[in-house]
Structures are given as structure tokens and as C-alpha cells.
Design a protein around this ligand. Structure first.
Ligand code: ZN
Ligand code: ZN
Length: 389
């Protein structure tokens, strides 16, 4: 199956750069793009240049005072009080030059992706520069300044009036997007993430189900630390199928953080590439089954930027473009291009080698716990029960 897909990219994405030791590094997007080009999956005609989001567009979600603080942070120092209030200048989210412009380009990329799909220029669109799911209305958080996903959903609601299913497979809870639509029955959020017991941001409990009209439209699957492929994909697949059937979305927006991988330095999940192959394959299926193919995918976290993120993100585009994942060897000229710049040995195959899978003695326990989380989270997707809500 061949679908029309748009790859949103600008070198301006690389200007979203805190400092050289910061774990969040947008060179991941360039590495993914280069891998696709060298694998002959991406050509110039696939690429759409993004625009910068306007201030009115940012204000679809953010407070004007916050936008102004971001603008000032990029050119001069904020006071200590302002840093506290707006979450900028912290260790996680330090200020950097042109912070507002760089952050607005990531948002513009996501809005360009939305327009491409909803104006019928392509069925799918991918903005690997986006997915900054921790951004709040008036506060930056967890490496995220402007929350492009939340802005895009408001933009879809306002300009296209469609029901949006947001699916977040980043290892961290998609808190910023969840709270933005917590009372909205036209936006359903699903986040599968490592339990917040030991991991930022700490939220994402099963019982966060939404409020008022939006009650029953927020789903959380907090899975156990050390979860491996089988349990991750089983939990994700069952949940996404049931929730899509329950909600009947018009469009799907996915956040594709690649930090659930066993090599990721910031989280404790133990997935391999297998999980990052299954994630886009099912999202694609569901988009065609329920949404006439309307699927917009974003990047997100992912801190093993050399070994994990490029392959994981390239597979999303592969699925969008060809309907399937890649397997076998990576293009050797990709390794020769980047190996000298990488502190670790680059992978040579699309799939992970078996040796990287750790032996987790608690595996059965973890699977059982995750199954219980799944059952409890999906308790209300059954239509009869839903009428009682
Ligand atoms: Zn398709
Ligand atoms: Zn993350």
C-alpha cells in the first residue's frame, strides 16, 4: 500500500538547542532524515518546509504573558521570580538565544503537518521536530517550551471541527496535552508511559480519567519499570484498538517519543526496536480504519540519539510511505557519515540484536501488573458502561 505522506523539515528545527550537554538534542531529526534519504525512502519532493507559528496560533493554548516571557528569555535574563513562575531558566529547560523563534518553528511544523493532512494534500504527515508534550499554558517544563501538540489540537478543533484522538507513547506521561483537554469530550487522550512512581512528571495514574463533559476521555496506562517489548506492545495494541472503537476519532495525532528503549539513559523501560516498529504499524492501521487515513505523527523524547532515535523515527516515515517497516541492514553510507561524530558504535541493522535484551527476573510479575493496569484503564470503554458515566 502506498500512501501520500508529507515529511515536515527545516534546518531551523536545529535551533531549538539548550546547550551542548543537554540531553534533548534536535540533531536526532537530522540523523533520522539522513537515514531515510540514504535508504532511498525520502526524496526532496516528500519534504514540506514549515512556517513559523504566529503569536495568535501560540495563544490557542498559551497565555500571552508566558509567550512574552519566552520572547524576553531568548534575548535577556528573566528575574529569578519569573524563572520560577514560567519554568524557564531551570536546569531542565534553560533559556537559549532566539528561544521564541526556534520554539515557534517547531509549532509551525506541527501546524503545517495538520494542514497538509486536513486540506487533503497528504493522508499522513510527520513532524519529528514536534511532540513537546510537557509544555503548560503558562509554564515551560521537561525540555518543552511551547506545546505544539496541544496547540495543534486546538487548531484542528477551531478550523476543522474534527474529533481528535491523541496517542502518546513517550516513556513519560503526556501531561501537558492531557490537562489541556481534560474536560473536553471531543478530544480523547491516551498515554502509555512508565509509572510516575520514580519518573518525571509523576502524573498519569489510571484514575486520571477527565472531568465534567470530558470524563471518560482521558486514558492512562502507567506501565511498570523494566517492561519489555511483549508486554508494552500488547498493552498498547489492546488499548489503542478498544479506545479507537469507543471514541470513533476523525483524526489521529501521535506523539512518538523514543525513550522507552532499553538503551535510553533517562527512563527504566526495556523496549527494543520491536516496540518502535509496532507503534507506527498499528497507528497507521487505525488511521485508515477510522479516519480515512488522517494521521499526523510527531517526535518527542528519546535520549539515545545515535543508536535508537534515528531508526525508531525513520520507521514511522517508512510506515507512512510504504505501509510497512524496514528490516535487514541499514545503509552503510549512513554509518560512514556519522560514526566519527558518535561516541557509541552505531547499529548496522534496522532491528536490534538479541543481545541487547536484558534478562529481567521479574518479567512475569511485570506482565501481570501491566495486564491489571490495562483492564482497569479500559473499564469504561465498553459502550454500556459508558452510558452510565
Ligand atoms: Zn497509509
Ligand atoms: Zn519522554
Amino acid at each position: 500500500m502506498t500512501c501520500g505522506a508529507a515529511f515536515i523539515y527545516s534546518t531551523k528545527f536545529l535551533d531549538y538547542h539548550f546547550h551542548s550537554d543537554h540531553p534533548f538534542n534536535q540533531r536526532r531529526v537530522l540523523l533520522s532524515k539522513d537515514l531515510l534519504e540514504k535508504n532511498k525512502l525520502l526524496s526532496k519532493s516528500d519534504i514540506t518546509e514549515p512556517r513559523m507559528a504566529t503569536e495568535d496560533e501560540l495563544a490557542l493554548f498559551h497565555d500571552k504573558v508566558f509567550i512574552n516571557a519566552v520572547k524576553r528569555a531568548g534575548t535577556s535574563d528573566l528575574s529569578d521570580d519569573e524563572c520560577m513562575e514560567y519554568g524557564i531558566g531551570t536546569e531542565d529547560t534553560p533559556a537559549f538565544p532566539n528561544m521564541h523563534e526556534a520554539s515557534s518553528y517547531l509549532v509551525g511544523g506541527t501546524l503545517t503537518a495538520v494542514d497538509s493532512v486536513l486540506q487533503g494534500k497528504s493522508e499522513h504527515a510527520l513532524n519529528l521536530g514536534g511532540g513537546l508534550h510537557h509544555g503548560f499554558k503558562r509554564k515551560a517544563s521537561g525540555f518543552c517550551v511551547y506545546n505544539d501538540g496541544a496547540i495543534a489540537i486546538n487548531y484542528i478543533r477551531q478550523n476543522y471541527d474534527l474529533k481528535v484522538l491523541y496517542v502518546d507513547t513517550d516513556a513519560h506521561h503526556g501531561d501537558g496535552v492531557q490537562w489541556a483537554f481534560y474536560d473536553d469530550p471531543n478530544v480523547c487522550t491516551l498515554s502509555i508511559h512508565e509509572t510516575g512512581r520514580y519518573l518525571f512528571p509523576g502524573s498519569g495514574h489510571i484514575n486520571e480519567r477527565g472531568i465534567k463533559e470530558g470524563h471518560g476521555y482521558s486514558f492512562n496506562l502507567p506501565i511498570d519499570a523494566f517492561t519489555q517489548d511483549e508486554s508494552f506492545t500488547q498493552t498498547y495494541e489492546t488499548a489503542l484498538r478498544e479506545i479507537a472503537d469507543f471514541f470513533q476519532p476523525d483524526v489521529i495525532l501521535t506523539q512518538n517519543g523514543a525513550d522507552a528503549h532499553v538503551n535510553d539513559p533517562l527512563t527504566h523501560l526495556c523496549a527494543t526496536m520491536e516496540t518502535f516498529e509496532q507503534i507506527p504499524l498499528l497507528a497507521h492501521k487505525i488511521a485508515h480504519q477510522y479516519c480515512n487515513g488522517r494521521w499526523i505523527a510527531l517526535g518527542g523524547g528519546g535520549y539515545d540519539m545515535w543508536r535508537v532515535v534515528p531508526r525508531a523515527w525513520a520507521q514511522i516515515w517508512s510506515v507512512m510511505k510504504t505501509g510497512d517497516i524496514q528490516s535487514g541492514d541499514l545503509p552503510p553510507d549512513w554509518q560512514s557519515e556519522w560514526q566519527s561524530k558518535s561516541p557509541v558504535t552505531l547499529p548496522v541493522t534496522w532491528h536490534d540484536e538479541k543481545q541487547i535484551i536484558p534478562n529481567i527476573p521479574r518479567k512475569d510479575d511485570i506482565t501481570e501488573k501491566n495486564d491489571k493496569v490495562l483492564q482497569s484503564a479500559l473499564k469504561y470503554t465498553n459502550n454500556k458502561l459508558n452510558e452510565m458515566l
